[in-house]
Ligand binder design. Structure first.
Ligand code: ZN
Length: 138
């Protein structure tokens, strides 16, 4: 699989409106994109931190994955995303090694990336996203 870098770290927040000013005025980062991912029932906000990114996730539906996560565990780190060359291939490799997958095939995530999740039961409790930029080799 050989990830090339940490593409981003996903952080679940109750409100983008409350969280964005912290990242901007305290950390000095700039929010460069806000995007709703209907499929995931989230609104995302992105910040570049050097070569990687922070993705804030606000739930648009209490029944969605982020809504449930916050209800159970509160705000905080939700997942890490690793950039790989080919998500499908990485999924196949992981599956061959007996790893539990959430997605058997890649789907579209924020920023037009092809993404898929590996089950935290197989990754020491860390929900792991694999992502591939179909346009630029990220
Ligand atoms: Zn993500």
């Amino acid at each position: 699989m050989k990830p090339k870098k940490i593409e981003h770290i996903g952080i679940a927040v109750k409100s983008l409106e409350t969280a964005i000013p912290f990242f901007e005025s305290v950390l000095g980062l700039t929010c460069y994109a806000i995007e709703e991912v209907k499929d995931q029932k989230v609104k995302t906000a992105f910040f570049k931190v050097g070569d990687t990114k922070i993705e804030l996730l606000e739930s648009t539906d209490p029944e969605g994955p982020i809504g449930k996560f916050i209800e159970k565990r509160g705000e905080g780190v939700h997942h890490i995303a690793l950039a790989v060359e080919n998500v499908q291939q990485a999924l196949n490799e992981a599956s061959d090694k007996g790893v539990m997958l959430i997605d058997k095939q890649p789907r579209k995530g924020a920023e037009g990336l092809n993404i898929a999740f590996i089950h935290p039961k197989s990754t020491f409790g860390i929900l792991t996203e694999l992502c591939e930029n179909p346009n630029i080799n990220c």
